[in-house]
Design a protein. Structure first.
Length: 512
């Protein structure tokens, strides 16, 4: 049992532990603390003290973003620079595309709105370089942003124009965007008619995340509305980065750093069920197994989450954990959950790179029911979010790695993002009973010269469809292991989130 689970179980019985001046104490109803409890607390005292000390060191006050005279990257941007470096071929995940159609808007107005956004958010004007071994930031002038203007091929029939534009957008997004370039975004405005424009943008991931793209889209809509809508005040990501560095450098944070370093050392290792190979991050070839869960099945999953009194993400995370446990034969499975640091009002509208890792351990004994596994994973998730470190866990940051180190030993990652934009995502599938499991499309594979997560489940909830991609290290995992993992994942989703009856049966399915 993890420390968060242990403390939650004690608290449910009215037993509360606290830490004062390094001494552990408790409050409990008379007779509530049994001899077995005392033995457990004695045996795990050191870990409990470390957890409570980390809890006291976490962030509780609002983030105070004030203008900073120093132009330095965030801890996560510095990590990115040293982690990805400057390889001969840029990885696809380093670029984030944005495509937006503006009916009734000229190309000139679209370009003007984009320049205004680039001027407003300093991170979009950032470029990076090293000076005496230290990574620094230079801000470009928004007026100097190169914007390409092109005319759509007017000779194409209407039925051929959309595929041609999609192909153009894909080709534009696939172009290299060097990490050490002057600009870390590029833009093209395609004129479809005098008053109809298509904007194509590509951003380097080091300056923005997916949530930033939604903020940029909303700001474009506000600026191009008739009349233009007012915009909220914009805090600067570089000012946030200065706050983040100061907060992490405070000696009061050390118990938090120590806790995660200890936690990572105690996590079990996931191995391939057929080869026995460690699935810690390693270079290799990344393959994507893409699928779409259509509206009818997504609604059933949402209904199951409501019935279980949880979020859709928590339900999917727990099902993913069960699938990993049954596939690997391990009852304890650590999972890295990619999170968004915009959890408070002062950060809600911040454009920048604000992702983090929430590392949890899913405990899925063979005879446990899904509800108990779900509730335990919720306790783990709440604890991880409460003790967040505002980076992807690698701190301090340098090429060798030290301190907390990083989650490279954690083989599995889940990343879920919600998008509510009309027309986005897969076409609406209105079938009442689509086939299960969904059809898979396997990519050809992308070479990764740096360590990559062995198992990465990427989900995008569009409301009318759930798009998924199970990204695997094809070098580490055999074809049979990949097929068995896919089977285990879709079996878990079917049994626990698609079946009409509540999921409470023992989990004894074998997939290998």
């Amino acid at each position: 049992m993890t420390i968060p689970a242990l403390l939650s179980e004690l608290q449910a019985r009215g037993i509360t532990l606290s830490l004062a001046d390094g001494e552990l104490s408790f409050r409990a109803p008379k007779g509530a603390l049994t001899p077995a409890d005392r033995a457990t607390l004695s045996a795990r005292r050191e870990a409990i003290v470390a957890y409570l000390a980390a809890k006291a060191a976490r962030r509780t006050d609002p983030v105070t973003i004030t203008p900073s005279a120093e132009l330095r990257p965030s801890l996560l941007q510095e990590l990115w620079w040293h982690w990805y470096g400057l390889p001969p071929r840029q990885l696809n995940q380093e670029r984030l595309p944005l495509v937006k159609l503006f009916p009734g808007v000229t190309a000139g107005r679209v370009a003007e709105a984009l320049r205004a956004i680039v001027a407003r958010h300093h991170t979009l004007r950032s470029s990076f370089h090293e000076e005496d071994g230290r990574l620094t930031v230079t801000l470009n002038e928004a007026a100097a942003l190169p914007i390409e203007f092109v005319e759509a091929d007017g000779t194409l029939p209407r039925e051929e124009l959309e595929p041609a534009l999609k192909a153009q957008a894909a080709e534009y997004a696939a172009r290299q965007l060097p990490l050490d370039g002057q600009w870390l975004l590029r833009a093209r405005v395609v004129s479809l008619a005098p008053d109809q424009s298509l904007l194509l943008c590509v951003f380097h991931h080091i300056i923005v995340d997916a949530a930033s793209l939604l903020l940029i889209l909303a700001e474009l809509d506000a600026r191009l509305a008739d009349p233009p809508r007012a915009l909220p005040a914009a805090a600067q990501f570089l000012d946030y980065a200065a706050w983040e560095r100061a907060w992490m450098a405070d000696p009061a944070r050390q118990p938090l750093i120590d806790y995660w370093a200890r936690r990572f050392r105690a996590l079990p290792e996931l191995v391939g069920p057929l080869t026995g190979r460690s699935l810690a991050w390693q270079p290799g070839s990344k393959v994507d197994h893409r699928f779409v869960i259509p509206a009818a099945q997504l609604r059933r999953m949402q209904a199951a989450a409501t019935r279980l009194q949880t979020s859709l993400f928590s339900a999917l995370l727990s099902a993913f954990g069960v699938a990993l446990a049954r596939w690997s034969g391990s009852e304890r499975v650590p999972v890295r959950c990619v999170g968004d640091l915009r959890t408070s009002p002062e950060l809600a509208n911040l454009v920048g790179y604000l992702v983090c890792s929430d590392v949890i351990e899913i405990h899925a004994p063979a005879k446990a029911d899904f509800v108990s596994i779900l509730k335990a994973s919720e306790i783990e998730s709440h604890s991880a979010m409460m003790l967040r470190v505002p980076t992807l866990m690698r701190h301090p940051l340098h090429r060798g790695g030290s301190g907390i180190e990083d989650p490279r030993g954690i083989a599995a990652t889940i990343n879920m993002f919600s998008v509510r934009i009309p027309g986005a995502g897969a076409p609406l599938d209105e079938r009442a009973d689509p086939p299960w499991p969904p059809q898979l499309t396997r990519s050809a594979g992308e070479p990764w010269p740096i360590p990559l997560p062995s198992i990465y489940l990427r989900l995008i909830d569009y409301g009318h469809a759930l798009e998924g991609s199970l990204e695997l290290n094809d070098t580490l995992l055999t074809a049979a292991e990949q097929a068995a993992l896919i089977e285990a994942l879709f079996d878990a989703l079917d049994r626990f989130l698609l079946q009409a009856a509540p999921a409470a049966a023992p989990l004894t399915t074998e997939v290998l």
